[in-house]
Design a protein around this ligand. Structure first.
Ligand SMILES: [Zn+2]
Ligand SMILES: [Zn+2]
Length: 250
């Protein structure tokens, strides 16, 4: 409580700086840094939504082809590199909520044309938004779940219900950084559950699962399977950032 009040006071007293380059200026993210954010863009994989580097002949990429990715399709906004990575770090690890709001707004803008346009499915309708949860201990340390802010904003803009309790993380998992794809899958297997009180709420629903970063997709896959076991009819994934295939975040 006091921590947060102090932080706010300090933010008010200090001159404003860009969250990306730390230059003094009135904007949370300056025009130069905005211009450097790299949208996923073409060519991207129609299933996992990541930028494709493989010229595999099928519409899905060489990495998710033949794999169960849990979600029907996933999409993400920016490539996790450079200024984008800096903004996410400022938000997630330094508690700079302004950077989080900036990113959530860009995600809301991207989804404004609607779900059919975003996911490439002509009649797609979604019912509810669920953020990927943190373990309660991690939540106490960080004080906020970085996925909740974009999930709330998307739900509000699209008139959907946001279900922050739709999933809970029941097992504290190691950080995924530096783990292989197979290790990541093992790391998050069985790490989530749907609380009994949410079962009625989720049954038959088409859910948008929101997270900050997709690397191998192991977390989205584990969450999506858990939601489907909890009664969800279908799950689509949406993240602020994704890595380019085979590039591990550092
Ligand atoms: Zn900047
Ligand atoms: Zn793919």
């Amino acid at each position: 409580m006091w921590d947060r009040a102090w932080r706010r006071l300090i933010q008010l007293l200090l001159p404003a700086r860009c969250a990306g380059c730390q230059q003094l200026g009135p904007e949370v993210v300056c025009a130069d840094c905005r211009a450097q954010l790299e949208p996923v863009g073409e060519p991207f994989c129609v299933r996992c939504g990541r930028r494709r580097l493989t010229d595999f002949a099928s519409p899905d990429c060489g990495e998710c082809h033949g794999e169960s990715i849990g979600v029907v399709r996933a999409r993400s906004l920016y490539i996790y590199a450079g200024i984008g990575r800096e903004l996410l770090h400022q938000y997630k690890f330094n508690g700079y909520l302004g950077a989080g709001r900036f990113l959530a707004e860009r995600l809301a803008e991207r989804t404004a044309p609607g779900w059919p346009e975003l996911f490439g499915e002509p009649d797609l309708k979604l019912d509810a938004v669920v953020p990927v949860p943190l373990h309660p201990r991690r939540l106490r340390q960080r004080r906020f779940n970085q996925s909740l802010l974009p999930a709330r904003l998307l739900a509000e803009r699209h008139g959907l219900s946001c279900l922050p309790q739709g999933l809970v993380r029941t097992r504290e998992t190691e950080t995924q950084v530096g783990l292989s794809a197979a290790q990541r899958r093992d790391n998050v297997r069985g790490a989530f559950s749907v609380p009994d009180t949410m079962l009625a709420e989720l049954t038959g629903k088409r859910v948008l699962l929101v997270d900050d970063l997709m690397t191998t997709g192991a977390t989205l896959a584990s969450c999506a399977r858990t939601l489907k076991r909890g009664g969800a009819a279908a799950v689509y994934g949406l993240t602020l950032f994704s890595t380019v295939q085979r590039i591990e975040p550092t």
